[in-house]
Design a protein around this ligand. Structure first.
Ligand code: 4NP
Length: 160
């Protein structure tokens, strides 16, 4: 069988947005019977939370929608850019930070903003929910569920 499509989600801390994206995307890929054709990981541009489970508020909000978030935070590396086929970042700052690992601009076309794949939302970025209230986590999940459907369409076309 062809090698799997390797997808990476990146945010700042890797404890809210990108692990939630990983969980939403994994559930979608599994429900479509594509679990052995797509690998999904996440990372943060910062390393302060390395080794931690996702933020409890994000885990609870995700659990209420049936997503179990169990990844451990880690910092993104240059090697991640080499190894993954698509690197989806949550906001413009993430984009600048991830691009800073791409010293020779050889990976530019695979580093993209997650919201490019949303169809039901007009937002250009997935907002950082860390310092806000509970609704912020719901808003993040709504965006992620929308965009992940678009990401799945994109992956399907490249697996075909
Ligand atoms: P994330 O959210 O980038 O979606 O994981 C944040 C998590 C932690 C911090 C900021 C954003 N922090 O400042 O510690």
């Amino acid at each position: 069988m062809a090698e799997p499509f390797r997808l990476l989600f990146v945010c700042l801390g890797n404890i809210c947005r990108s692990p939630a994206a990983e969980g939403v995307m994994r559930a979608l890929v599994e429900s479509e019977g594509l679990a052995d054709r797509v690998t999904i990981r996440s990372a943060g541009t910062g390393g302060w939370h390395a080794g931690k489970l996702p933020d409890q508020r994000m885990r609870s909000a995700a659990q209420n929608r049936g997503y179990n978030l169990s990844s451990r935070a880690r910092q993104v590396s240059e090697n991640d850019l080499r190894e993954h086929h698509l690197v989806l970042v949550m906001d413009q700052q993430n984009l600048r930070d991830v691009r800073s690992y791409d010293y020779e601009s050889q990976f530019a076309s695979k580093i993209r903003l997650f919201c490019e794949f949303c169809t039901d939302h007009q937002e250009r970025e997935v907002p950082d929910p860390y310092y806000g209230g509970e609704q912020g986590f719901e808003d993040v999940l709504n965006l992620l569920e929308d965009g992940c459907r678009g990401v799945l369409c994109h992956i399907r076309s490249s697996l075909a």
